[in-house]
Each structure stands twice: as structure tokens, then as C-alpha cells.
Ligand binder design. Structure first.
Ligand SMILES: NC(=O)c1ccc[n+]([C@@H]2O[C@H](COP(=O)([O-])OP(=O)(O)OC[C@H]3O[C@@H](n4cnc5c(N)ncnc54)[C@H](OP(=O)(O)O)[C@@H]3O)[C@@H](O)[C@H]2O)c1
Length: 270
């Protein structure tokens, strides 16, 4: 495993297990238990994924100690707009069968995000969350928090992959001491349509998904691959025994089109 260090000294495993679109009852318990069995120690869920109970069940069934797992959840937009961040946090804790989170994030920068951030700072200062952060924040959203004189988020989780590498935002965040986390690190499976990953994979005796995830690691990014397929869960974690060379990185740079797969944070209507 490879770790990144957050601005407050907390360490975070650089590969986390994503569970968006993983069904609470039929998939989450098995997938989470399998991920923990092969070695993942970082799970990324959210209230809106409606699978926190299934994640808790997977953790329980795995036998891995809660304190050995880096667990993330996120406050959903409706709760941010309604000023319910603290209540939503407690509801997530209850569903996750835990009394603290390693990381809690503002899911999207919707109206009310500054007040939500103030609530999160209070939860952090009360010791209920090890690290706090935001998700889908652009530079101007981060600027707003700074202009309000509020604590700098420790993490910003954004869409990021070779097609959409977010160089400018990443540079801004490095200067501000904010760790970048990649959602849809595997381009929601579309990496399979890009031949260069297979070519580089063959050279290293690895697979295309491993090349994409290695690109994230080599760039200092925390990546959250999702899979409900046991062989892929294992494959996506087997990325710590090789490195990409300058030629590989140059070829992967050419994949960038700067086209998002997911929504633009300035244009969301949910
Ligand atoms: N903060 C946010 O707003 C936000 C938004 C989106 C996502 N996220 C987080 O980021 C995580 C990852 O993003 P994501 O779920 O959108 O997409 P992803 O991890 O980029 O891709 C997942 C897709 O790729 C497939 N896949 C996984 N490993 C594979 C492999 N080795 N070979 C071939 N196909 C493979 C999966 O299929 P199977 O599952 O069928 O194996 C699934 O269809 C989410 O689960 C969530 O935790 C956060």
C-alpha cells in the first residue's frame, strides 16, 4: 500500500474502494468484504449512495477492525441546502455502525456550502471526524472558503482520470496544501476503449486498469476505483509492484481531451 499525508498529519491509503451504484443489499456487503480481504483499507461511500448499511455489514463480516479502515462518507445536497449537516452526519454514523469517520466531505458545492463547512469544522474540532474536505469544488469554490477565513479543506474529491487530468486545479490544490482525490479514476470503465493503456500494460506485464491506477499513484493522487467483480477488485489493488517511466507518462498525457464524463459542478441541478 502507498499512503498520502494530509495537511493535518492524517495518512490516507492512496487506493480506496469506491461504492457508488453498489446495491446496499445484494452487492455492498460482499464487495466490501472482498475488498477488505484482498487488502484495501479505505472505503468511499456517501449518504446518497444509499448503501451505508451494506458497507457496515461488509466491514463487520470481513473481521477487519474498524480502526484499521479509512472510512469516508459525504453530506448530500438536500441536507446542505436545509442546513442539516450535523444531523446528516449522525445519520451516516448510525447507518455505518461507527462513532467516527476518517473523512467527511461536502458532496457538491450547492447553496449553503459555506454554512455546511462551518458545521463540519465544529464536528472536526469535537473529534468526531479525523479529516474534513469537500468534493466537486472548483478553484472559485475553494476561494470562497478562503475569503470567509475558514479552515482549508484537507481533501477535494473531483472527477479526475487521464482523459480529464485537471492540471490547473491540481496545481492550485498543491499550492494550497489540499490533497486531490480522483472519482471515476477508471473513466467509469471507458479506459478499455483507449489502446495506449493496453500497450503500456503489456510492456510491464500488468493490465490496462493497473496502468491507469499506477498513473494516479505516480501523480500523487488518491484514487477510488469501484468494482463489484471479485477478479477486478483484486486486479485494481495489485498496483504496488511497478512504476511507469517517462515514455509511458508522455503517452498517457496524450489521452487528455479535457472532456468530463460526469457533470460540471457549476451546472448541476440535483
Ligand atoms: N464525489 C463524487 O461526486 C463522486 C462521483 C462519482 C464517483 N465517486 C466515487 O468514485 C468511485 C469510483 O468512480 P466510478 O464508480 O464512477 O467509476 P470507476 O471506478 O472509474 O469505474 C467503475 C467501472 O469500471 C468497471 N471496472 C472496474 N475495474 C475494472 C477492471 N479492472 N477492468 C474492467 N472494468 C473495470 C466497473 O465494473 P464492475 O463494477 O461491473 O466490475 C465499473 O463499471 C465511486 O464508486 C465513488 O465512490 C464520487
Amino acid at each position: 500500500m502507498q499512503y498520502a499525508k494530509l495537511s493535518n498529519g492524517v495518512t490516507i491509503p492512496q487506493i480506496g474502494f469506491g461504492v457508488w451504484q453498489v446495491d446496499e443489499e445484494t452487492e455492498a456487503p460482499q464487495a466490501v468484504a472482498e475488498a477488505l480481504r484482498v487488502g484495501y483499507r479505505h472505503i468511499d461511500t456517501a449518504a446518497v449512495y444509499k448503501n451505508e448499511r451494506g458497507v457496515a455489514k461488509g466491514i463487520r463480516e470481513s473481521g477487519v477492525n474498524r480502526e484499521d479502515i479509512f472510512l469516508t462518507s459525504k453530506v448530500w445536497n438536500d441536507d446542505i441546502r436545509a442546513g442539516r449537516t450535523k444531523e446528516a452526519f449522525q445519520e451516516s454514523l448510525d447507518r455505518l455502525e461507527t462513532d467516527y469517520l476518517d473523512l467527511y466531505l461536502i458532496h457538491w458545492p450547492v447553496d449553503g456550502f459555506v454554512d455546511a463547512w462551518k458545521d463540519m469544522i465544529e464536528l472536526y474540532e469535537a473529534g468526531k471526524i479525523k479529516a474534513i474536505g469537500v468534493s466537486n469544488f472548483k478553484e472559485h469554490h475553494l476561494d470562497t472558503l478562503a475569503e470567509e477565513g475558514l479552515m482549508t479543506p484537507m481533501i477535494n474529491q473531483v472527477e479526475l482520470h487521464p482523459q480529464f487530468p485537471q492540471h490547473d486545479l491540481h496545481e492550485y490544490m498543491q499550492d494550497a496544501g489540499i490533497q486531490i482525490e480522483a472519482w471515476s479514476p477508471l473513466m467509469q470503465g471507458k479506459f478499455l476503449e483507449v489502446p495506449v493503456f493496453a500497450e503500456i500494460a503489456e510492456k510491464h506485464g500488468k493490465t490496462p486498469s493497473q496502468v491507469v491506477l499506477r498513473w494516479h499513484l505516480d501523480n500523487g493522487i488518491v484514487a477510488l476505483p469501484k468494482s463489484v467483480t471479485p477478479s477486478r477488485i483484486k486486479e485494481n489493488f495489485d498496483v504496488f509492484d511497478f512504476q511507469l517511466d517517462a515514455d509511458d507518462l508522455e503517452q498517457i498525457d496524450r489521452v487528455a481531451t479535457d472532456v468530463r464524463i460526469g457533470p460540471d459542478p457549476d451546472e448541476i441541478d440535483f
